[in-house]
Design a protein around this ligand. Structure first.
Ligand code: UD1
Length: 365
């Protein structure tokens, strides 16, 4: 009998990471796998559409946890995944990224003696006010195999004293998805459907608590987006968290505005189509920093720090925080062409999923 691994996902960014790993594990054939969906994200637009577009098989188990405070949501995942493990014990649990589902399933598994594999291990923003940083630290502390996307992750884990034999630089699985799906994404011509020319608009996403939970901060940022959109139209797919937070704002995020085009959450292929044709991206998403770096699109990262420093060192991202003057200055640099187009990033080559599958197989052999 082959060993069995659980591939666990729960929130939108997990799905793009799970897809290439699932395919590579299936192709290698060294283990059987089951897909476990925690249900952290549940709206069709945040969820089903990604499974369909990326060809991920339907989950074998669905824990249906839904939204909640961090404690409540994490606890619910922990409790339900533990029950699943007791009934259907795998030989390893594979978790992705840094969301609440990642840490909760890692904890449930390690407490039952099930080895934990963390894909995208070692990233550190050194900002403990970010929920994701806590998730990263806790997940890596209990993981048995730490698969890293960029060199900074290896250095961080070494500094934290993690046994080197557990750590492997495999590259970026989300970039596997980007590279394999880019031709299909381009066929979508999503900008043209909005009446926009390639490089004739900017693309925006905002969802981090530090940018959207305080109405004053969000109000300032939305005001700036309205201002910048008078120079260049902006396409803004609004995350549900941000949509909720924007309800009370005077200058809001209503659909139907001509220059600041607010849309609902977009499918993966439309997003990549829009990003690849954008003149500039303004975002607080870690994934978009990485995708822009590979696509060569200037990326203003509305954060004070990043757990993905390679996107600043070799890619196209610049940290601009949420200070309006810094954002305006960076915007002017992009508009005048004073921006790096980025270079190749080691191991972001479209084959990280295969290296993940091989590392898991070696570990379980
Ligand atoms: C989560 C991750 C974040 C990731 C983001 C990508 C954590 C701590 N955060 O943040 O790292 O970048 O996903 O999207 O895990 N909601 C819906 N429909 C859904 C899911 C959520 O409307 O399908 C709304 C709910 O009001 C919910 C809120 O969005 O309370 C926030 O959802 P949650 O999963 O708690 O965090 P995200 O902000 O999505």
């Amino acid at each position: 009998m082959k060993p069995v691994v659980d591939l666990v996902a729960g929130a939108r960014p997990n799905f793009m990471k799970l897809a290439p790993v699932q395919r590579a594990v299936a192709a290698l054939g060294a283990q059987d796998f089951r897909i476990v969906h925690t249900g952290q994200h549940y709206d069709a637009q945040m969820n089903d559409v990604f499974f369909e577009e990326l060809g991920i098989p339907a989950p074998d188990f669905h824990l249906e946890v839904g939204s909640g405070s961090h404690g409540a949501q994490t606890a619910r995942i922990l409790e339900r995944y533990e029950a699943h493990l007791l009934a259907n014990r795998p030989d390893a649990t594979v978790v992705f990224g840094d969301v609440n589902s990642t840490v909760a399933c890692a904890l449930a598994a390690v407490k039952l003696g099930v080895p934990v594999v963390h894909v995208e291990a070692g990233l550190r923003s050194f900002d403990r006010t970010m929920p994701e940083e806590i998730n990263r630290l806790c997940t890596d502390a209990v993981a048995d195999l730490l698969l890293v996307s960029e060199p900074s992750g290896v250095a961080n884990l070494r500094r934290e004293g993690v046994d080197e034999s557990k750590v492997k630089l495999v590259g970026n699985v989300m970039i596997d998805t980007l590279m394999s799906q880019l031709p299909r994404a381009r066929e979508r011509a999503a900008a043209a459907r909005l009446g926009l020319a390639p490089k004739g608009y900017g693309f925006v996403t905002l969802h981090r608590p530090s940018n959207v939970d305080d109405p004053e901060v969000l109000g300032r940022l939305v005001g700036l987006l309205h201002e910048l959109s008078r120079e260049l139209p902006l396409v803004f797919p609004v995350h549900p968290r941000t949509q909720n937070a924007a309800k009370g704002l005077a200058q809001g995020l209503a659909p139907g505005q001509e220059r600041l085009l607010c849309l609902g959450p977009q499918p993966y292929l439309d997003t990549i189509s829009l990003v690849s044709d954008a003149a500039v991206v303004l975002t607080d998403s870690g994934g978009l920093q990485e995708e822009c770096s590979v696509l060569g699109v200037p990326c203003l990262t509305l954060r004070e720090n990043t757990e993905r420093p390679v996107t600043v060192e070799l890619g196209t991202s610049r940290l601009v925080g949420n200070d309006l003057e810094r954002i305006r200055a960076a915007w002017r640099d992009v508009r005048s062409g004073a921006w790096s187009t980025g270079g190749a990033i080691p191991f972001w080559d479209g084959h990280a999923g295969e290296r993940v599958a091989q590392a898991i197989a070696d570990r379980l052999a």
